[in-house]
Design a binder for this molecule. Structure first.
Ligand SMILES: [Zn+2]
Length: 239
């Protein structure tokens, strides 16, 4: 019975060593994932801004075309009115077509002014799009490079994590399933720390004192003792 207990403690300590590495590596990999996501987010945000500028450019171009088309229509009207003007017979008709020409000319002037404003706007947007396209590609290259670096660095960690997970499974085979369940439960409760050392009557998990009688029992190692404060399984190494 006592030997089984001592063996169990040894196994649990090994299990804990693997667990500590697993928790550490998972945290490192989680940070890596977040960093990659942050970088992707930055690129996406920049891409969205670029898309918005492109849409603005498209609407500026459409506006320019619409105005140019309207100017063409007004021009045609001016030509027709001028033709009619040449063939008028009465003064009343003459005045009427003259006003028609005049109105259309005014309309054309207004449209041309508007067109100039839109052309100006379009030019500015074109410059912005060109500039941000360049910046976007630079940023994309940079971010993809950084992500590749991060990925490369975390490959080792991922392999190591797999190794520890396999090792933990192997170690776990030597434990009673109920003890394994207990280990998993305590580990979950304490962020990956289920089995801890006791030094000078202090639990190295929660750093609280444990009763002297319990300390003696831990030192003997004849049974599995849990810390009364944090429930971690306690062990003692004689150093
Ligand atoms: Zn404790």
């Amino acid at each position: 019975m006592n030997d089984i207990s001592k063996q169990n403690i040894k196994t649990l300590v090994k299990l804990q060593e693997a667990e500590t590495q697993i928790v550490r590596l998972k945290s490192v990999l989680e940070k890596v994932k977040k960093e990659k996501e942050k970088l992707s987010g930055q690129l996406k945000q920049f891409g969205n801004a670029l898309e918005e500028n492109k849409e603005n450019l498209l609407s500026d171009r459409t506006a320019c075309k619409d105005i140019e088309r309207e100017i063409q229509v007004v021009d045609d009207r001016i030509i027709k009115s001028n033709e009619k003007l040449r063939m008028v017979k009465t003064n009343k008709e003459y005045q009427l077509f003259l006003r028609e020409v005049d109105d259309n000319k005014k309309r054309k002037d207004a449209l041309e002014t508007e067109l100039l404003e839109y052309l100006d706007e379009k030019e500015k947007t074109e410059a912005i799009v060109q500039e941000s396209e360049k910046e976007y590609h630079l940023l994309k290259d940079q971010i993809e490079g950084e992500q590749k670096d991060i990925e490369k660095k975390s490959t080792d960690d991922r392999e190591l994590l797999d190794e520890y997970l396999t090792r933990q499974k192997e170690i776990g085979k030597n434990l009673d399933p109920s003890l394994m369940t207990r280990f998993v439960k305590i580990s979950k409760m304490n962020k990956g720390s289920a089995v801890v050392n006791v030094k000078n009557e202090v639990c190295m998990g929660c750093f609280m004192n444990i009763p002297p009688q319990l300390y003696i029992e831990v030192q003997r190692g004849n049974s599995l003792i849990s810390c009364p404060q944090c429930s971690r399984i306690l062990y003692y190494i004689n150093t």
